[in-house]
Design a protein around this ligand. Sequence first.
Ligand code: CMP
Length: 143
Amino acid sequence: MAVERTLSIIKPGAVAKNLIGKIITRFEEEGLQIIAARMIHLTPEQAQAFYAVHRERPFYPELVAYMTESPIIALVLEGENAIARNRDLMGATDPSKAMPGTIRGDFAKSITRNTVHGSDAPETAATEIAFFFSQADLCPRAC
Ligand code: CMP
């Protein structure tokens, strides 16, 4: 299995509810390493650009409004098979379909307010990491 990097976002509702620590604990207890972290209050232009792949979807305006309502935490997670492991930790996009014990299953309120985002493939992970971080921001370390 390859060592991968993936972008995680702790979304506005979760930051506002003081869930940062609980969510980061899940990543760390899974054995994923946080190699970069940043708090940012996205502008509408930034949120539109990050989610540009969804711009034709009916939920796009609501998604952009939610992602700009208060600050987010952007994280880079590193580990073997990190993309799939993070997606397993998150659970289904729609929290009504997410299993108990997953982040969305335990904390999310709706498909828009679904607590966390995670990259879905190596190519998107690279693009999404570069959206928030430069190479110099990444701090990989030996286990
Ligand atoms: P995320 O993993 O951040 O990727 C895109 C986001 O769009 C997704 O989480 C949801 O918050 C949102 N989304 C996806 N599908 C729908 C939908 N059918 N209705 C509303 N929001 C959606």
